[in-house]
Design a protein. Structure first.
Lengths: 117, 108
């Protein structure tokens, strides 16, 4: 079974440039997450989708970050314009919408490492 | 606001049991305890989860205290491939707060 696929794995851009990350979740997973991970820190949630609906985007910096999941499958996270402080690993994860309240195993992709110069 | 407290780092001899503690004194009744680990340059990987009872799977055992305010992840026979950052997470449904985790180094 294929896992969560992310591309690119690495991206180097200059500040003020736009950048986009792509994620394809595990087949059949309704819930998709984008996380930000700074060096030495744990992942922090940016946005969560249930199918094509963004149900939690409270931590997404909406002035420069945007995301979409148009058909409820794969998703794109965009930054425009990028700033030096955006250098980090961007992780995508997916999960089934479990019928058991409180239980949720998330499957993570390898991440995209962004470097802003 | 951190929901869990873990030691920053730990060492364990290869072949010995690794016991990773986690404090979660503010856990609520319907929140699960999850453990994930992250090997360098990879995404986090699920290990185990529990609510009240102790749990065991092919990777590890999870011991949760009776008051649920703390837990211990046990890797029964640590190998070099178990070197990773281990995250103890308390959450309900889709709310995950990873914290900074414990960096476990397995020593040959």
């Amino acid at each position: 079974e294929a896992g969560v696929v992310q591309s690119p794995r690495y991206k180097i851009i200059e500040k003020k440039q736009p950048v986009a990350f792509w994620c394809n979740p595990i087949s059949g997973h309704n819930t998709l997450y984008w996380y930000l991970q700074n060096l030495g820190q744990g992942p922090e949630l940016l946005i969560r989708y249930e199918n094509e609906e963004a149900v939690d985007d409270s931590q997404l910096p909406k002035d420069r970050f945007s995301a979409e999941r148009l058909k409820g499958v794969d998703s794109t996270l965009k930054i425009q314009p990028a700033e030096l402080g955006d250098s980090a690993v961007y992780l995508c994860a997916s999960s089934l919408r479990s019928g058991r309240v409180g239980y949720n195993e998330q499957f993570f992709g390898p991440g995209t490492r962004l470097t802003v110069l | 606001d951190a929901k869990t407290t873990q030691p920053t780092s730990m060492d364990c001899a290869e072949g010995r049991a690794a016991n990773l503690p986690c404090n979660h004194s503010t856990i609520s009744g319907n929140e699960y305890v999850y453990w994930y680990r992250q090997i360098h340059s990879q995404g986090p990987q699920y290990i185990i989860h529990g609510l009240k009872n102790n749990e065991t799977n092919e990777m590890a055992s999870l011991i949760i205290t009776e008051d649920r305010k703390s837990s211990t992840l046990i890797l029964p026979h640590a190998t070099l491939r178990d070197t990773a950052v281990y995250y103890c997470i308390v959450g309900g449904g889709n709310q995950f707060y990873f914290g900074t985790g414990t960096s476990l180094t397995v020593i040959p």
